[in-house]
Design a protein around this ligand. Sequence first.
Ligand code: ATP
Ligand code: MG
Length: 427
Amino acid sequence: MKKLNLIPDIDHLWKTLGYHFENICQVMHEFIDNAISDFIRNNIKNCEIIITFKKIGDQVEVIIEDHGKGIIDIENALTLGGMRYSESLLNEHGFGIKHGFASGDPLNKTWSLMTRTEKDALLGQYQVVKAPYLFEGMNVEVCKGNCLTGTETGTIIKFTCTYDIFKTIRIPFGSHTSQFEDLVNLFYEDLGVYYSYIIKQENVQITIKAFDDDKKYKHIANVKPIFPVVEKCKMNKSQMVDLGNGVVKIDLKHIIMSKKTLTKKYYLKNMRSSGVEIRYNGRLLEFLGFEEIWGIKSHPFYNGNLIVVNLISDKRGRLPNTRTTKTGLNRSDSKTAFLFHWIADQISLLHDEKEMNQNIKMKFIDQVVNLTFVDKENIIYDAIKTKKFICNCQVYTHEGYDLYFECAKSKVNDLYFFEKIWTNNFY
Ligand SMILES: Nc1ncnc2c1ncn2[C@@H]1O[C@H](COP(=O)(O)OP(=O)(O)OP(=O)(O)O)[C@@H](O)[C@H]1O
Ligand SMILES: [Mg+2]
């Protein structure tokens, strides 16, 4: 008989734990979810979360402070899979804090967690745990005073990440911006979209404070909820549905988004922004294209179609399980397959191919006509020269540019490329 020692190598485990997220926004969602869950459990009325980004050279210090009731059991909170309390459905796997720290601070050096419960407040103290994460021998320090700003109880999460990690805010987004200010603005948008319903309905206030001392940049504002601008609403209904483990309410909307939006990453009337967004109790979980549900390939014809599916339940086990990172629905759960079938049954998206092509061509003509007014056609002209798309457009000058094309020879893909260049350069 041989006794096995299965305690993982912490350095390796920590590094790979952090690979689970694609961008720092997803990491921040974990911490924000925890704060909101605490507000829900304790029925807190003025729910406040303050996020601070301080750019210091090529690093960014990140602080998430919530004015909830503090972490009652730090040992459970820091245990992988620690699920002793599960206050609300936002606490699903027992991994968020650990995944989040490992992703933001892969060297396991800078993170810290401070918390102050009602009991701590009575004793005039707060508790602190600091990196490195260890399986044995971590200490909780008890400090005198109050670590929070303007409140008696709550939690502060802190870590310092590299600027490269911070820049992942722009993923998934075509932009290559590295400007701190632009990235912060994208983050406002991200939270405005992910937590739109919660900010609006649950009275949660999220404030972002961003500082770059080198550039004398300082910006403080509340996150505003962001909703798609609706050009046309094709469906808006609520239904009780049993996905396999008891009924849940599903609010289902099918809208056509308008181009008149101020957003830079979400809800643009393009192929990437069109599709299905799935929310649990208002929190955006996953955005997916049309193929998985309707079996149709992405096509510019569907640009602007947005199906919003908000599943509402406070009963554990009724909603499809989410991925451990809460970045989507778990496909191995039969409730997910049931949900996707149900959505496909409610909304018909298939169109006649001929009608689709005709429609796109009409749109193309529209845009070409518009183009003659903007005096920036050289961008399109350069794109044509690169032969990235076969275009039988003809460009000639007479003080400005004019553009015409032979509609009969154009392919749908050419039109789509044209639309992409148009959107990138003129909006
Ligand atoms: N801001 C907070 N305020 C109060 N309690 C918290 C806070 N953050 C975490 N906790 C406690 O710590 C526990 C562990 O949090 P963690 O995010 O690691 O996992 P989880 O939320 O239970 O599950 P998930 O993996 O779905 O995030 C939570 O269940 C909760 O009890
Ligand atoms: Mg969590």
